[in-house]
Design a protein around this ligand. Structure first.
Ligand SMILES: Cc1cc2nc3c(=O)[nH]c(=O)nc-3n(C[C@H](O)[C@H](O)[C@H](O)COP(=O)(O)O)c2cc1C
Length: 363
């Protein structure tokens, strides 16, 4: 209530790019002190045994994580667990630093509860971020999100080499690795999600690295069932891939119900939040079905409530991530979702999140 009545109207007077930068700075400052971390925890953390889960041998206190793209430069590792998240992503991190696409990096679509996002993988690069991550102690699992450097000259086999170089630098800093093959905002516009030849080369190269951390592939939501089948087939041939993150931003602006297409046509970027909620849930359902639940899925896209998270868990997600929901609803959302999940689990007679994963496929 306090966030929605007072903080949000104030923050929404300013541009989302500015608010994001200031929030990260304030968050980093709050994470520095034991007293502020304690205050945040007292306000925001909710724990319950039914929320505890294990995925790929990693233990989570709850299944709600911060999605990739909020903590681009590993400044919030101390803070994020204190606002109630069970895990977090850092990145996307790329081999070489990138200062970002031309601004605005994000545009708020209030009525659609969505953002148009066009940062274009802005980050300080793997060489700076790996030691910064390693210097910090962690109290929740960390997923490092690796993408290809946003430079149109790096393509084909060079893009595979770019991913692998980042992977070598970052693997030991993380509990899990997210290989982001689906950023919609890069200079070359090439998505490995769509180029099966290149994706095979990337997975061959990753396999040759003999990874010792679980690797998840982050997919985009705008792909056909056939392409999804091809990706799953490729993944089955590469034991280095442990699971999927579903999904990245959508390019489908027809999903917006309020924004006038003419008003936003000059803004480049992918769409987050409510409009992609059903799309990502459908895709989770599809991948869970195609793999018969043998690969863990991290579900992300338009989670604004416990019910939204529960739908994705029922469809097949073992863990959930969110970002736009927190921007619109405030940080107390994470506690609300966790509390709500416990109620929903009890109502359905489940003792844990794990029991509810993919439940709709067993009906
Ligand atoms: C401001 C912003 C920046 C993002 N940056 C990244 C990024 O760098 N890497 C990435 O994999 N996804 C990025 N995403 C996509 C999110 O991780 C997530 O997949 C998407 O926003 C859907 O979740 P949401 O509806 O809860 O926001 C970004 C999203 C937003 C809103």
């Amino acid at each position: 209530m306090f966030y929605k009545r007072i903080i949000k109207p104030l923050l929404f007077l300013f541009s989302p790019d500015w608010v994001h930068a200031v929030t990260v700075q304030c968050g980093a400052w709050l994470g520095r002190w034991r007293i502020s971390r304690w205050i945040l925890k007292t306000l925001f953390v909710y724990a319950h045994p039914a929320l505890e889960t294990q995925v790929c041998g990693v233990s989570f206190k709850n299944p709600i994580g911060l999605a990739g793209g909020f903590d681009k430069n590993a400044q919030l590792i101390q803070t994020i667990p204190c606002v109630g998240f069970g895990f977090m992503e850092v990145g996307s991190v790329t081999r070489y630093a990138y200062t970002g696409n031309p601004q605005p990096w994000s545009v708020r679509l209030k009525k659609d509860q969505s953002l148009i996002v066009n940062y274009g993988l802005k980050n300080e690069g793997a060489d700076i971020l790996a030691p910064r991550i390693q210097r910090q102690s962690r109290t929740c699992p960390l997923v490092v999100n690796i993408a290809k450097t946003n430079d149109a000259r790096i393509k084909g086999d060079d893009s595979v080499a770019d991913y692998i170089a980042s992977f070598r630098i970052l693997q030991d800093t993380a509990d899990m690795i997210n290989i982001n093959i689906s950023c919609p905002n890069t200079g070359d516009g090439v998505l490995l999600c769509e180029d099966m030849n290149l994706l095979r080369k990337l997975l061959d190269a990753l396999q040759a690295e003999k990874p010792h951390k679980p690797i998840f592939l982050k997919l985009k939501p705008d792909i056909s069932h056939d392409t999804l089948e091809s990706i799953v087939k490729l993944v089955r041939d590469h034991s280095c891939v442990s699971g999927f993150i579903i999904s990245n931003l959508t390019r489908n602006r027809n999903l917006l119900s309020h924004a006038n297409p003419a008003d936003i046509q000059h803004y480049k970027g992918g769409i987050s939040g409510k409009p992609m909620q059903k799309l990502s849930t459908e895709m989770i359902r599809d991948v869970y079905g195609l793999t018969q639940g043998t690969y863990p899925i991290i579900g992300v896209g338009g989670v604004f409530s416990a019910q939204d998270a529960y739908e994705k868990i029922h469809a097949g997600a073992s863990l959930i991530e969110l970002m736009t929901g927190m921007i619109f609803e405030g940080p107390a959302l994470i506690k609300r979702i966790n509390k709500g999940l416990v109620v929903l689990l009890e109502k359905d007679g489940f003792h844990s999140i794990t029991e509810a994963v993919g439940a709709e496929h067993r009906k």
